[in-house]
Design a protein around this ligand. Structure first.
Ligand code: G1P
Length: 288
């Protein structure tokens, strides 16, 4: 049973400068809730009980967001604003949140390595904050946790991208021709040049990893972008244990990408009872 999850949230957010000078990118709002809350909720809805957020020095606002705010709550109660009180009090209810600081940003692999003591010797989930999944079915990471029941081995959550986009992702090569959503892998490469991309099967920011990964992360040399890459450590793990890909069945938003981020806001707005009619009117006017 997978009970622990790691959410790396220590990146600089350069794609969203200048706002990320002062606001951690994980707190960029989808209307009234920050993107990271959706990631935390996905883990909670999947049955994860303990979540470790890996933050960096200028990200204290993330810790504050998930903490109680007694002053605000007292004011809300004194003004009989019960609904608002519940809303702020219920954030991330259902799991224990833990925080650790990554002292230097040496890459995703290095960030995940910070979780070693927290994870101990059990399989765990990793959810990247830039990747938001929306589905009426089971949450993305839960789909992978179900697959883990069968494989008992590490699984990379994947999706098909166009060849032109392969340079943005970790790209997987299945061992044999793919049949269905689960496939054993023989290779994975971080952000290959388009001309040499081995497939269109891209890692979409969700992982189930066995604790063996830490052995490889500890000795992992810098790779693409001069960073310690999780993908490179997974490739070395593959020589010792089986590693699978699993095609996630959900809509994905790369909220680190401005157009995807705007689309997420529109889609979420269209789901909100109090906003959807007004928003539809605005959209109709704009399209004309
Ligand atoms: C990271 C991973 C990459 C993965 C991607 C998914 O890259 O290194 O393998 O495909 O997340 O979003 P990043 O986008 O953080 O550069």
């Amino acid at each position: 049973m997978i009970k622990k999850a790691v959410i790396p949230a220590a990146g600089y957010g350069t794609r969203f400068l200048p706002i990320t000078k002062a606001l951690p990118k994980e707190l960029l709002p989808i209307i009234d809730r920050p993107t990271i809350e959706y990631i935390v909720d996905e883990a909670i809805k999947s049955g994860i009980t303990d979540i470790l957020l890996i933050v960096s020095s200028n990200k204290n606002a993330i810790i504050d967001y998930f903490d109680y705010n007694i002053e605000l709550e007292t004011i809300l109660l004194s003004k009989n604003k019960e609904e608002e009180y519940r809303m702020v009090r219920d954030i991330a209810r259902g799991a224990n949140l833990h925080f650790i600081r990554q002292k230097e940003q040496l890459g995703l692999g290095h960030a995940v390595l910070q979780a070693e003591a927290f994870i101990g010797n059990e399989p765990f989930a990793v959810l990247l904050g830039d990747d938001m999944y929306v589905t009426q079915k089971e949450p993305a990471i839960k789909q992978m946790m179900n697959a883990f029941e069968k494989t008992n081995a590490s699984i990379l959550g994947t999706m098909e991208v166009s060849y032109e986009d392969t340079y943005k992702y970790g790209i997987c090569t299945p061992k044999t021709e793919k049949k269905g959503s689960l496939a054993e892998l023989k290779d994975v490469v971080e952000k290959p040049d388009i001309e040499v991309a081995p497939s269109r099967s891209a890692i979409g920011g969700r992982y189930i990893l066995t604790p063996t990964i830490f052995k490889y992360l500890k000795s992992q040399q810098r790779g693409k972008g001069n960073e310690i890459q999780l993908t490179d450590a997974i490739l070395r793990l593959m020589k010792e244990e089986k590693v699978y890909s699993y095609d996630i069945d959900a809509k994905r938003y790369d909220v680190g990408n401005k157009l995807d981020y705007i689309e997420a806001i529109i889609d979420f707005g269209l789901e909100k009872e109090d906003l959807k009619e007004g928003l539809k009117e605005i959209l109709k006017r704009k399209v004309k």
